[in-house]
Design a protein around this ligand. Structure first.
Ligand SMILES: [Zn+2]
Ligand SMILES: [Zn+2]
Length: 77
């Protein structure tokens, strides 16, 4: 079973406090499934799919690095 964490490693994280933006990398799931290179017995590189907590949101599923700037955010707010 996978679930999102409530908070990332930061204390009083401004991104964890809000829940209106989902992480665009894991689409709010808090987990992603990147492909990693894996060398098999013959020396050939295979790509295997792994599941790990999303690094961009620390597994919270909340956007921590939005493309828009803080200034844009304020203007739109
Ligand atoms: Zn956070
Ligand atoms: Zn994420």
């Amino acid at each position: 079973m996978t679930s999102t964490r409530e908070w990332c490693a930061l204390i009083d994280c401004e991104w964890c406090e809000r829940d209106d933006m989902r992480c665009r990398f894991c689409v709010g799931a808090g987990w992603w499934r990147p492909e990693k290179p894996h060398r098999d017995g013959n020396g050939a590189i295979d790509w295997i799919r792994v599941e790990e907590p999303c690094r961009m949101c620390a597994g919270t599923g909340k956007e921590h690095n939005p493309l828009m700037s803080a200034a844009d955010n304020r203007a739109a707010g």
